[in-house]
Ligand binder design. Sequence first.
Ligand code: PEP
Ligand code: MG
Length: 888
Amino acid sequence: MTATYSQPAVYFFGQGRADGTAAMKDVLGGKGAGLAEMTNLGIPVPPGFTISSTLCHTYLETKEFPPWLRVQVETSLQRLEAATGRHFGGAKDPLLVSVRSGAALSMPGMMDTILNLGLNDTTVKGLEAQSKNPHFAYDSYRRFVQMYGSVVFDLPKPPFERLLEERRQARGVPREIDLPAEDLRALVRDFKTHIQRERGRPFPEDPMEQLWGAIAAVFESWNTRRAIDYRRLHNIPDAMGTAVNVMTMVFGNLGEDSGTGVAFSRDPSTGAKVLYGEFLLNAQGEDVVSGTRDVEPIQRLKEIMPQVHQELERMARTLERHFRDVQDMEFTIERGKLYMLQCRRGQRTGHAAVRTAVEMVGEELISEEEAVARIPPNDLNQLLHPTIDSKAHLDLLTTGLPASPGAASGAVVFDADVAEQQGRKGEAVILVRRETSPEDFHGMVKARAILTARGGMTSHAAVVARGMGKPCVAGAQAIEVNESAKRFAVNGRQIKAGEWITVDGATGRVYAGQAALVSPVLSENFTRLMGWADRLRQLRVRVNADTPADAHRGRDFGAEGIGLCRTEHMFFEGDRLTAMREMILAQDADGRKRALAKLLPIQRSDFEAIFRAMEGYPVCIRLLDPPLHEFVPKEAKEIKELASALGQPVAKVKRVVDGLQEANPMLGLRGCRLGIVYPEITEMQARAIFEAACTVVARKGRVTPEVMVPLTATVVEFRRQAAVIRQVAEEVFRERQLTVPYLVGTMIELPRAALTADDLAREAQFFSFGTNDLTQTTWGLSRDDAGRFLPFYLDQGLLEDDPFQVLDQTGVGKLIQMGCELGRKARQDLKIGICGEHGGEPQAVMFCDRLGMNYVSCSPYRVPIARLAAAQAALAKRGTMDRTRATV
Ligand code: PEP
Ligand code: MG
């Protein structure tokens, strides 16, 4: 994306009028669009201008600014001077500006900001004279040089902080803000010397040079590691680029009648309709978010400056009504006058998203459809998150701020890289930091929860964790983190790296050890929202459940049937496993039948309980699928135990076990091949299904069994298995003297099945796409081994997503589409669903809806997510999704 002179690249806002509007986010970025819209709404915004994000890549590619851009920026600066009555670089009346990033999609804290730009050894005197406040003037100056040093000169922050700390200690004052002006002046000198020494060039005194340096640095910050990581996680395209906002400074550090803060129009954690936020008196923006000073809750502002609080509340409501969504606002109070510096759509937890959407429908701000369209389905994860069992015995370590709800346990780590490495291996880790910074982002992504010692509800850790739906306790002040020694001290105790703790982000409590967690209780708001979603969707949602408990949970979450009951899961424990092993080790069909007879009553009673739990909704039961070696022991000791349990010689058992080994078991004797080689297994399973169904029907229950043949490659296989199933059904119905309607169908999980779906559909009454195996076989990518190199592929950008998590619509999707079309051509009323892990992935749900499938099926906790995604799919078909999505 490149810009040319013919396009305006710089957009002015100020004095009640702006060149841009909220609709121009693509050009102005979110911040610039918000500033323009607020200006147009008559909200007090300091005047300024936005340099279009289209210039970002032009700059990044050439590392130069086109001459025409320089002209447009200079013209805008002149307008700014006229609007403020000040002069950029003026010795008496200096105009100071902030330079900030702002992409079309919000990336909070990921890019750079510079405040107080325009100060130098001359203009600082003008500022001092004008404000009659030398402390303020030099405080602003030292902040500017410090920020400029780290952002534009790319110098690490700690040396600057150390210099500041040394001054504070030498002076013996409690806070930085208490340093006298002469110390601040000396600090400016120290910082400049540090910059010169480290970079071999002086700090620029010329304000124009300062400005261009800052603009370049903001564009460059688009490509920092943290910004790239953030974009990957949130699917933000690299091509988007950031805009640059240059805005007149208003000062929150002019004394105790000034301040700065951030506020949400509703509580971003719970969704409650109260002005929510934090502020600091006599401070500038970075003090609030960096956690270096303890912030005050916004309620305190009501006591200190009631009018300002009232005004802020009024602006919050105006913006909320205008944008019809929760607003996250940055403000500054300069000598009692309130200015808005930013407004954007407020990031919120899943809890808050649901409550806010439902309440806004009640307030007639949005429609039910908009409420449904607005909530990212995966956000529901947070409502479905576990909490700590109230009966658990807990060892409280400390309490911090409840920054992002949900509970998690894990081993303590202090380093983001370590959190990333261990998290990637599937280990449960909790990232503990004094405070997080954007450089920690990659570790936060992989941690189960985040705990910080400093910072408030709007600190970096809190904002980022809420965005990810990750439990977070922030600002646990009693904790002393020693990151280099890899331990933290709290109330006289020491917790070392690797020790387990439990974090409860809803209460802010932190416990030693691993606490028992319980499933969440769903709110009334959630139920209402899901009711609207259910009215909108066409796609049915089923659950993958192998046990009566899972079936009940699925029903509680709104599942309308079972899409996959993996019968093998019933064989893996206790007596069942022994009988299963006996069947595998039997020498002939008779021996197998004897062992299977032991399994029959067990299966039958499981099916009965599952049918009852589903109350007449369809239950799709898949016949035995995995390779038999999965059921037998591997260790010599266990083989010996099995031999003695079965009364067989150890050598014989070992021989059979060894004989079961296959080079490629996933492509070996498994799926319907088992039932074809050993039809007595299919007979037993079919008998268990139909006997259970008859028992339920005989007791006035309702059942709709669907018997599913796995891993079918040819119609001949299917025909052979279907014949066994149907014959058993007839036998059982004759014995029980009743008939139960049932279907026989197949999984489509091999490319050949998709390619010959018309043949299969002539015999099969339903299809269920097993996208786990279909992904494995389409990609030639082992489900069990992919973990060894997929992370590398993802890191290197060879793949955007793990195809086992996010359905590959381009490749695997093409086979699914073909399967659906061929299948329906051969059998119009063919029932089609999906039961691989992708059945609960929102994008895949939308895809399945587009193909006209009847249902998706997924694990219990994903059922609500699939219901919401299915409703959004229906809205998308009507073309209402984009219109109803929040605007800013
Ligand atoms: C599948 O392959 O997608 C499937 C659902 O079956 P399983 O995961 O049990 O192989
Ligand atoms: Mg499978």
